[in-house]
Design a protein. Structure first.
Length: 512
């Protein structure tokens, strides 16, 4: 793996003297005779990992490609002191507030006042050494050591002269200050429990302090911070807050995450989503909106798409009512059938209110596609214009369509027994002044309930009551979910437009 470092300050140019190359317009090194006049300097660094099968050992190192010849096994390695001089901070899952050499806290200490710190560490070593000597001379300890030495006459055999308790002492590792510092672990007093080891406070506290160390180190001019799986052990608010702080303080921040809260701390065009579909790896980056349609689509980024950040597929419904029905039936199928999440699918809506509707699906679908999602649309066919449907088919990988003249309310009621529909409808009096099916002839019950659900947005309560009566989820909705799960597979080779077959609606008339 090779990187090219550009925009070097004078100190770094001096540090890399002898390994500098001219930088081309594309940011990569070019030969001296091909460089533009006055081209800036850059330096190439490469990382190599080698496995020696004879000794079954791994070796890794950083080297200068300019003066190395990998074919001949010749490498000019980059000294550790040079690597440490680079303003790069690796934020990892290690333990924070460590005093050992090389830790972030130690780097901060050495930058602030290394002489005073060295003096403090020497005092610690002297006091611990003295305490250990005092411990060795304590009667209880000395007596036990004497018993051990006397066992089998070991004390008389260890050296030319007998070894007694006076010749036995204790120290931390090799007795150096660094050995002591490695063994010290931070304690924090957060509440009435008093000072506890940081590990006993849970992962969130430790993660927050680790990020705090990185923020401190990022104060160096041009600091580059690298973080993998950022926010995994942070709560929602602090994940976003600390990501925003890192972004504001670092010269460059390269951060990977599975948390939508972390992504919220960045502008949309700063996000890069990595994907793997059908064995092919790819990256996807959003562009800054250039028109009103793009601005409208970007409103759905934080509310709809970022929560689906780690899902390979999104299934877009027309609005919140559809999302409620499909989502609840998806859960009701358990444990007999796997939910959509098992197929890597996240259900989202094209809008959350007035900004929703079938006309918004192409807008959200285009945004999702630009982020590398596989996109499936779930649409009604009650009022949609043919042009809108064509736009959806163009923007999505697969479109699942309800039967003609069928909306989500009709799909929910399809095939249901009228008596059970009446019973479920009666439970809506908890939210309405009157049962929608009360006094309505059987032939008109489905239409009456459908209109009430659409107008009053009571899809969730009615669905729960209906399933309680029928003991099974609505069959048409289940059929839709099965097709979505199948179409989500990267190996799917079926039709791009799936038409759900109709199921008789007992007593229904007109559009469903």
């Amino acid at each position: 793996m090779e990187v090219t470092l550009t925009d070097l300050d004078p100190e770094l140019e001096q540090l890399f003297e002898g390994f500098l190359e001219r930088c081309g317009p594309d940011g990569y090194a070019v030969a001296e005779d091909q460089a533009l006049p006055g081209a800036p300097w850059c330096v190439r660094l490469a990382y190599r990992l080698v496995y020696d099968s004879d000794v079954e050992a791994l070796e890794h190192f950083v080297y200068y490609p300019l003066t190395s010849n990998p074919t001949a096994g010749k490498y000019t390695r980059v000294p550790a002191s040079t690597r440490r001089a680079l303003p790069v901070v690796m934020l990892n899952a290690g333990r924070p507030l460590q005093l050992r050499a090389g830790s972030p806290l130690r780097r901060i200490i050495d930058e602030l006042d290394p002489t005073a710190a060295a003096g403090a560490f020497d005092v610690l070593r002297a006091r611990v050494t003295g305490a250990a000597e005092e411990l060795a001379g304590h009667d209880a300890v000395a007596e036990a050591v004497g018993v051990a030495l006397a066992s089998g006459g070991v004390g008389a055999c260890l050296a030319d002269t007998p070894v007694g308790t006076a010749q036995v002492g204790f120290r931390a590792d090799d007795g150096s200050a660094e050995a002591l510092l490695k063994s010290l672990q931070p304690t924090v007093n957060l509440d009435a429990a008093g000072p506890l080891a940081l590990a006993n406070h849970g992962s969130t506290a430790a993660s927050m302090l680790a990020v705090a160390e990185a923020i401190m180190l990022a104060s160096a001019p041009g600091a580059v911070i690298l973080a993998d799986d950022f926010g995994d052990q942070l709560d929602t608010a602090n994940a976003e807050h600390l990501a925003a702080r890192l972004r504001a303080s670092a010269g460059q921040l390269w951060l990977s995450t599975r948390r939508p809260e972390v992504a919220r701390a960045f502008d949309p065009e700063e996000l890069i989503r990595l994907t793997r579909h059908g064995g092919d790896r790819a990256w996807h980056r959003l562009k800054r909106p250039a028109d009103r349609r793009g601005i409208r689509a970007m409103r759905q980024l934080h509310t709809q798409l970022l929560p689906a950040l780690t899902c390979p597929t999104v299934a877009i419904t027309e609005g919140p009512h559809d999302l409620v029905v499909y989502g609840e039936v998806d859960r009701q199928r358990l444990p007999g059938a796997a939910p959509l999440s098992a197929a890597g699918v996240r259900l989202i809506a094209a809008g959350t209110g007035q900004d929703g509707g079938i006309g918004e699906i192409p807008v959200v679908a285009d945004l999702a596609s630009s982020l590398g999602f596989r996109v499936i649309a779930l649409i009604d066919r009650d009022k949609a214009e043919e042009q809108t449907i064509k736009q959806i088919e163009t923007s999505c990988d697969v479109v699942v369509r309800l039967p003609p003249k069928t909306a989500i309310e009709g799909a929910l009621l399809a095939g249901a027994d009228i008596a059970k529909v009446r019973t479920a409808s009666a439970t809506l009096t908890a939210f309405l002044s009157q049962d929608p099916a009360h006094g309505v002839p059987d032939a008109q019950v489905v239409d009456a309930v459908r209109r009430s659900l659409h107008k009053k947005s009571l899809h969730g309560p009615f669905l729960d009551a209906l399933v309680e009566e029928t003991k099974t989820p609505p069959p048409m909705i289940v059929d839709v979910l099965k097709h979505v799960a199948a179409a989500a597979s990267p190996l799917y080779s079926g039709p791009t437009v799936i038409d759900i077959p109709p199921i008789s609606l007992p007593g229904a008339t007109g559009s469903s």
